[in-house]
Design a protein around this ligand. Structure first.
Ligand SMILES: CC(C)(COP(=O)(O)OP(=O)(O)OC[C@H]1O[C@@H](n2cnc3c(N)ncnc32)[C@H](O)[C@@H]1OP(=O)(O)O)[C@@H](O)C(=O)NCCC(=O)NCCS
Length: 145
């Protein structure tokens, strides 16, 4: 079944946050942080039939930039069915429609499946770092193909 991808709305901010915090427990977000991000970024939820299965973030190119960041997240129990690939393809198309010529993503270094997924989809690592006050290591990748 095709994923149904819908922009986050005021009544789905909590669901978006819950999906984010389940997939990225190293960096939990509050409702206010998600609301603030929804002003700057394109936040969506993905549904398979009636069931929420994941969420995504597109950071559009800023002024004078042609780079967008795309991050898709699928809840663990719905993985390895092709949903992440379907979601990523749709989000890459949306990012390009926003003017992006370079596309980047961010994956937790500990997330081997996520790194492998990104590499299989043409992303190449260009940076690794930790954020202030956090132990988790992040990997920045750009889409080379
Ligand atoms: C990365 C992530 C989105 C992948 O989601 P997913 O729904 O499992 O993705 P897919 O099912 O499309 O592909 C995952 C793997 O399952 C395999 N697969 C796809 N359909 C399959 C099926 N029907 N049966 C078995 N395996 C299958 C794919 O070959 C793929 O393997 P690969 O990554 O080694 O190429 C998910 O693991 C996730 O949310 N991780 C945390 C967040 C993150 O790291 N995001 C990456 C930033 S873009």
């Amino acid at each position: 079944m095709a994923l149904r991808i819908v922009p986050v709305r005021p009544d789905t901010v909590a669901l978006w946050r819950d999906v984010h915090n389940l997939v990225i427990p190293a960096h939990p977000l509050s409702l206010d942080e998600v609301r603030e991000r929804s002003q700057r970024n394109r936040l969506t939820l993905a549904h398979d039939g009636g069931t929420p299965v994941g969420n995504a973030t597109i950071r559009p190119p800023g002024p004078g930039s042609r780079t967008a960041t795309v991050i898709v997240r699928i809840l663990p129990r719905y993985r390895r069915q092709g949903l992440g690939t379907q979601y990523l393809d749709a989000q890459l198309a949306d990012a390009r429609a926003l003017g992006a010529q370079r596309i980047e993503t961010v994956v937790l270094a500990a997330n081997r499946d996520g790194l492998e997924f990104a590499r299989r989809h043409g992303f190449v690592e260009f940076d690794r770092y930790t954020l202030d006050g956090e132990d988790a290591e992040y990997v920045d990748l750009y889409l080379a193909s």
